[in-house]
Design a protein around this ligand. Structure first.
Ligand code: EPU
Length: 434
């Protein structure tokens, strides 16, 4: 077991380079199944979700080989459908993309129910609705927790139009995966707009798919008979970027966040500026530091291009750091249970009242170090921000959540002056990272 130990209160200065996007890497890795050829994927983040996704493909019979620190070669020519080990599938949410990819290529998918952060109910009814609209039969075996999707006779799905009842990233991508090799044209209406949807579509198009409209409400996929291999670089992680933007302001330092697409963090930039934080945009970077005075702000998280739900815990920390008694409202518009981290922040002196999907956050000026847990991925990184901004020592347990999504976080933070260590927990601490 590992723990992060932080001595906070130091402003952080320097430059942090953003890694490839976790939420694009996963669908693109599973989309290589559809290519049935050799693909070279570049700018992969070194995170456990990527390692698990690659382990799943390897277990299914794919050839997977790193040819550089962030570049991997994947050849899915000889994979076995239905061969994904349940224990790996349960380790990550995005393993549900195996359903669309296997169904599209083989006409049949057998996949265990996925894992991921506990954010309340996480149904996949819209994924299933999409597969069914394309002619598949979908059965969920509750006794083995397995989902089996089967294409109509002949083994090929048939394009049709699908209206999504809720805006969902996962279902939009999964239906796109299923539809690229279908017969005829599929139209996804009320599609989600997230940059990783566009990235997945661009990857598939570079393999010979015919997808248009990704990034808008309406995505059109003209089915093709076959895809081919490609070389493709994943976009930068907008949530990692946003996390470090908040870190700069929270520690009252100045950080240049490089290798990002400023447009992808526009909603974060807008809200930070409203709070009195300076965000200077470069071509592929932003530089962030506090202005003269911090202001209150109210935020509701929404699907893209709204303020991202995956930045909810991090912005909450910033709200806590406002002057005493300054009140902000933070409303969660995507997940039913995103505020589990509040109890942890309270151990550090936060003053937050949660009522359903709404939190009233009262500024306390400064937090103090404490022993806390990473209750999920974004909650965990919020504890890192809080610990670095707080006075005294913070110890964060259950950091495997953070390691699922933040590439080299301890090293990146040390490089900008953070006093942070990763230790293994035994009778006495052993430093394993310096
Ligand atoms: N929803 C349904 N039915 C469905 C699918 C979703 O009702 O069939 C609902 C969900 O309950 C939720 C909303 O629709 O209320 C949005 O869910 P979405 O499908 O967009 O979420 P997801 O694909 O499961 C991805 C990210 C999450 C991120 C959300 C929203 C991955 C692996 N996960 O989840 O990322 O919060 O989109 O942007 O891409 C994270 O990175 O920390 C994380 C949790």
């Amino acid at each position: 077991m590992e723990r992060i130990i932080i001595t906070g209160g130091k402003p952080l200065y320097g430059e942090i380079s953003v890694s490839g996007f976790k939420n694009a890497a996963a669908p693109i890795i599973f989309a290589t199944i559809l290519a049935q050829d050799k693909c070279v994927i570049e700018n992969l983040p070194d995170i456990s979700d990527v390692r698990v996704a690659l382990d799943i493909l390897t277990a299914m019979g794919a050839y997977v080989k790193y040819t550089g620190d962030t570049t991997v070669e994947i050849d899915t020519t000889n994979i076995n459908p239905g061969g994904a080990p349940v224990e790996l599938v349960r380790k990550m949410r995005a393993s549900y993309y195996l359903l669309g990819a296997e169904l599209g290529r083989f006409g049949k998918a057998t996949v265990g129910t996925p894992g991921g952060c506990d954010l309340g109910e996480r149904p996949i009814d819209q994924h299933i609705k999409g597969f069914e609209a394309l002619g598949a039969t979908v059965e969920v075996d509750e006794s083995t927790n397995t989902i089996v999707a089967t294409a109509p006779e002949g083994g090929r799905l048939i394009g049709d139009s699908v209206y999504l009842d809720v805006v969902t990233v996962g279902a939009t991508i999964n239906i796109m995966l299923a539809a690229v090799l279908a017969e005829g044209t599929t139209v996804i209406e009320n599609a989600a707009h997230e940059p990783h949807i566009v990235d997945t579509a661009n990857f598939l198009n570079s393999c010979g798919a015919e997808i248009s409209g990704a990034g808008t409400d309406s995505i059109r996929i003209r089915g093709v008979k076959r895809l081919h291999g490609t070389t493709y670089a994943i976009i930068p992680d907008m949530i990692e970027a946003g996390t470090y933007m908040i870190l700069a302001a929270a520690t009252n330092g100045k950080l240049k966040i490089s290798n990002l697409i400023p447009k992808h963090v526009e909603s974060i930039t807008a809200k930070l500026e409203e709070m009195g934080i300076i965000v200077e945009e470069g071509d592929e970077s932003v530089t962030v530091y506090r202005g003269e005075k911090l202001n209150k702000v109210n935020i509701k998280t929404l699907p893209y291009p709204g303020f991202p739900t995956d930045m909810n815990p991090q912005i909450c920390v910033m709200m806590c750091l406002l002057d005493n008694h300054t009140k902000c409202t933070l409303t969660e518009g995507v997940w039913e249970n995103r505020f589990r981290y509040v109890e942890e922040l309270k151990r550090m002196g936060a003053c937050i009242t949660v009522n359903g999907r709404r939190a009233e956050v009262e500024g306390v000026g400064r937090l103090h170090g404490a022993k806390v847990r990473a209750v999920d991925l974004r909650a965990g990184v919020a504890m890192v921000i809080a610990g670095l901004a707080a006075s005294g020592q913070t110890e964060i347990d259950e950091i495997f959540h953070i390691q699922r999504g933040y590439d080299n976080i301890v090293e990146k933070l040390k490089s900008v002056g953070a006093d942070i260590d990763l230790v293994t927990i035994s009778d006495s601490y052993t430093k394993i990272s310096d």
